[in-house]
Write a protein that binds this ligand. Sequence first.
Ligand code: C2E
Ligand code: CA
Length: 455
Amino acid sequence: MDREGDRGDCAEELKRCRIERELDREHISQLEKLLNHDPDTGLLQRHILTRRMNNLIQEGKTPFAFGILRLDKNYQRIRHTRDRMKVLLYVTTTRLKPIVGEDNLYQSDRSDEFLFVLPGIEEEREVERIINTMISKVAEPHNPPASDLTFGCNVGVALYPRHASSLDELEMNAEIALGIYEEKSWNGFIYSPEIGHTHYANQTLECLLRKCILNNFEGFHVAYQPIVDGDKNVIACEALMRWDAPGTGAVSPGKFIPLAENSGLIIYLGKWILYKALRQIKKWREEYNSRIQVSVNLSPSQLEQRDFVDTILTALDVLKVPGEALHLELTERAVMENPGDITEKLKKLQKRGIEIMLDDFGTGYSSLSALNNFPINTLKIAKEFVDVLPGNRDGLEMIRVIMSISRTFSFTALAEGIETQEQFDILIEEGCQYIQGYITSPPLGATEFEDRFLY
Ligand code: C2E
Ligand code: CA
């Protein structure tokens, strides 16, 4: 906003000078510089790039490529420490300029974003090479005052005229390619009709998702998958979201959960499943005089909510469910990317008896010291380590390493995705306390779960 304000003032001043025919050339050229260049990076601003690309098109100087490079989340962390941010942006600019050409790099309206044009380029392989060089250069370590952080970036590129017949379309398609990257957590992509198709299909599905949520969670229900001990007694269950979209049929969570996460809708869905699962577990505990517990998955953005702890504790209070009936499953990534703030939040939850589980353990990048410091009760061993059993020595070694970590830090271990008796036996033999997987049952509707596992 400040930048926009400064640019506005500058433009006004320039207009006044011209109107009043002031002959102070130096003053005018200074104002022009301020108006057209970003103060932190010295790069020309987006509107100059738009003018340049328009000229390229009008003068028939095509083909060319247009790209967007966006710094990743680590940049957001230092956004408010102005000195570090300035150094980072300046250094990144000097790293990128030689790759795309001194005059081809521009500043976007967003401070975390660079734009570039590659005149005369139409070979996708050539663009790919340039993108990869940019990505690895941005990721190189920094000197103080930003040396404690490493940064990544995402890049989206579209080619003119192959991917667009107008400048608007070109910019939009580069943005779509960038968005696809972010979703898949890849680092860079060149637009293609397939990417465009996926983008519009996702947009349509997201609209339907929003409509159904507003329409009292139309088509949503919860499936429960049993979690058993070494004697195959059901001691808990995982609540998993299901969506039968009207007119479309069942949409897999692997598809709609990322859409809900990217659009912020996961906050509503997360609260909905929390209340559903707690009501269900209260009913089962009372009706069957059982101590069964329920696991609910949490997305990273739920943890970032300021009232995250209150939301969960209020749900327990309102429904009169004891904390020990609830487990919360968090991914390694969510916990490790959110460290400072999250420890206290999780401790508050643990104080109420809620167990904290690290989901898909082994696929992220938890450091041993982080594991030691975080308030975690259980490691859920990722399915991919189980899938290779039996018969894979490396897989078995991985399980042993995870079990040794689990014993060292006094965590409970739960293996998921167990499909065969052999896998079950190996995990129990290695000291894993709890098992979840098709060997006992796939996730089931509440009534079916009740019929099969509660008596
Ligand atoms: P997850 O938390 O790792 O859940 C386990 C997934 O593995 C479930 O897939 C489950 O059906 C599947 N599964 C369990 N046992 C077996 C097995 O023996 N073999 C095989 N092949 N698969 C097994 P599902 O239900 O499709 O869920 C996929 C992912 O969607 C979940 O992975 C979780 O990350 C996400 N998800 C589901 N419900 C929720 C929710 O309520 N909130 C959030 N934030 N994420 C959810
Ligand atoms: Ca889970």
